[in-house]
Design a protein around this ligand. Structure first.
Ligand code: NAG
Ligand code: NAG
Ligand code: NAG
Ligand code: NAG
Ligand code: NAG
Ligand code: NAG
Ligand code: NAG
Length: 512
């Protein structure tokens, strides 16, 4: 009797089983991708701009054995705007169904919240943005974030390599505040590397509400004798360069850098040109300016990709008049590819798509073939960055060329052949003794004093030391005042709001 019952049960079970399996696999055969980006096309990483790149990546994944795990990728797009909306969209969407992977957000303050939440939920999150240095602290709070575009600190490495290569000692970092604080975070990346390597840095900020006082900037540059690194709107860069030129600071005495990562096509050839009466002067001034930008690599498949994305953008009526493929569009394509690669490997090892931490592990510390060339993700889950320095090589025509490259993976800075190296040599404008006599002497190094009388020596030494210390202190204080005044006036306006926003990324940039 029990035997019959058992058989019966087995029969029923066997009948039910296939249904069960197919129900299970139906639900489980989807990879739910949530893309959180702004809908607004004024952002160069808006949903309409990035969508064609993601479509392209999906096609590659579906047609390639080593990327296709038999899953059906379902992509949902939700508006992130550039702030809190990102978190709201993410949470709201997750009430219906938690996504398996998140792509985006790009804006720093939007990303901070979403990345924390995704990490808590064990969901891998990949972004071509979130470039601020704060996101590098993965262990502490951004555990599941993989950054597929080079972060600002990677650009900082490029400056670090240049400072070492040319034995530069000091830097003046100048940035413009704006709503998204891109320049603040860019300069922070440079600051972090230069400070850590012991270079003397000074920082100056200006913004729209406090119009740039060119005099003040020029004076600070002259006082510091440092390498000038700027991040600002192109018109402001031009104004600074014109002012510097009129004070004869562009004849090799100073070296100016301009950071332009996302909009590189608008730089380079003719970026000094405005069609106004200052063009001739600006062309001369720009001979002293170098621009740091992303290294562009191109391979045949990239051409196909650009054409397809371009066509799709035109169909949607999104303006693509300048370079339609930027770092973000390229990055999100590569992000989906990287996720598919990691997923495939993780499944092969017997885990499931829900093992977010395992998938994240497989995305880090590896290289893979991206749409524009090889992509190397470091041990911390951040892409290594390759950067180019472009400069005017024909002063008559005012045309630019790539004069040097920095490769992040091997930390190698390489000047192009046939480039005159003196464009990187700073000729100090002032009398060396005057400048260095009261500034660079370390106050504690006053060891001169063991002459005839040791006592006199020590007393004199002590007095000298104190005097130097005081001088040094007041000098530093002066510096601080210039810098902090600007920072303070700014904080009065935005006050706690900005403070809060700053805290939410844990940016460790300090301006003194
Ligand atoms: C499939 O993807 C792998 C990994 O990215 C790549 O090495 C290979 O060339 C691709 N194959 C085809 C046919 O595209
Ligand atoms: C987010 O996506 C869901 C489902 O795809 C949709 O219903 C909702 O309207 C979207 N919200 C926004 C703000 O785009
Ligand atoms: C890119 O540069 C052009 C020309 O300088 C400018 O009009 C445009 O607003 C810039 N775009 C972005 C996203 O910064
Ligand atoms: C994209 O389209 C624009 C015209 O809308 C064209 O000028 C540009 O060359 C195209 N780019 C590519 C890569 O095809
Ligand atoms: C990264 O990969 C290299 C070899 O590819 C290995 O030696 C190293 O231990 C890995 N690092 C981590 C943190 O897994
Ligand atoms: C600038 O134009 C010159 C000549 O037209 C060209 O050789 C050079 O590659 C261009 N440089 C950049 C950075 O586009
Ligand atoms: C660093 O890597 C780049 C690109 O991968 C390569 O061209 C260059 O030769 C390397 N430099 C050194 C010193 O290994």
């Amino acid at each position: 009797m029990p035997c019959l019952l058992f058989l019966c049960c087995t029969c029923v079970w066997l009948l039910v089983l296939p249904v069960k399996i197919s129900a299970l696999s139906n639900e489980d055969s989807d990879i739910d991708v949530l893309v959180l980006l702004p809908e607004e096309n004024s952002y160069i990483f808006s949903i309409p701009r990035v969508r064609p790149a993601i479509d392209y990546a999906l096609k590659s994944i579906n047609s390639n054995e080593s990327l296709n795990s038999g899953f059906n990728f379902k992509v949902h797009y939700n508006n992130s705007n550039c702030g809190n909306q990102a978190l709201f969209s993410f949470v709201e969407r997750s009430f219906q169904k938690k996504p398996d992977v998140v792509l985006g957000p790009v804006c720093e303050y939007a990303a901070a919240q979403v990345v924390r939440m995704a990490s808590y939920w064990n969901i891998p999150i990949l972004s071509a943005g979130a470039l601020a240095s704060g996101f590098g602290t993965k262990k502490a709070e951004y555990t599941h974030l993989t950054r597929v575009s080079p972060a600002y600190s990677k650009m900082g490495e490029a400056f670090g390599a240049m400072f070492k290569h040319f034995s530069w000692k000091k830097a003046v970092l100048i940035y413009q505040e704006d709503k998204e604080r891109n320049c603040f975070f860019s300069i922070e990346g440079v600051y972090a590397v230069l400070e850590a390597e012991g270079y003397h840095t000074m920082t100056l900020a200006f913004d729209l509400r406090h119009p740039m006082e060119i005099e003040e900037i020029i004076k600070s540059i002259q006082e510091s004798d440092g390498i000038v690194v700027m991040c600002a709107a192109s018109n402001d860069i031009r104004d600074i360069m014109l002012a510097a030129h009129r004070r004869r600071m562009t004849n090799g005495d100073y070296i100016f850098f301009n950071i332009e990562l996302f909009n590189s096509t608008s730089y380079g050839n003719g970026s000094w040109k405005r069609g106004d009466k200052n063009d001739a002067e600006a062309k001369q001034a720009y001979a002293a300016l170098k621009t740091v930008t992303l290294l562009r690599s191109v391979k045949p498949e990239f051409e196909r990709f650009s054409m397809e994305v371009n066509r799709s953008l035109q169909k949607q009526g999104v303006s693509g008049e300048d370079d339609s493929i930027n770092m973000f569009i390229e990055g999100f394509h590569d992000a989906l590819l990287l996720y598919a690669l990691a997923l495939h490997e993780v499944l092969k090892n017997g885990y499931s798509k829900k093992d977010g931490d395992k998938i994240v592990q497989h995305m880090w510390n590896r290289t893979f073939e991206g749409i524009a060339g090889q992509v190397s993700i470091d041990e911390n889950g951040d892409r290594d960055g390759d950067f180019s320095v472009i400069a005017i090589t024909d002063p008559e025509a005012g045309t630019h060329k790539v004069v040097a490259n920095f490769y992040g993976k091997n930390q190698s800075f390489e000047v192009q052949p046939n480039v005159k190296i003196d464009m990187f040599i700073q000729r100090l404008p002032h009398d060396e003794n005057r400048v260095h006599g009261n500034r660079d002497t370390p106050p504690c190094k006053s060891s001169g004093g063991l002459g005839e009388s040791a006592v006199t020596g020590i007393v004199v030494g002590a007095l000298l030391g104190t005097a130097l210390l005081l001088a040094f202190y007041f000098f530093r204080k002066n510096y601080r005042i210039t810098i902090e005044r600007r920072i303070q006036t700014e904080e009065c306006d935005i006050g706690k709001h900005r403070q809060l926003r700053e805290d939410s990324i844990r940016s460790n940039f300090s301006a003194a």
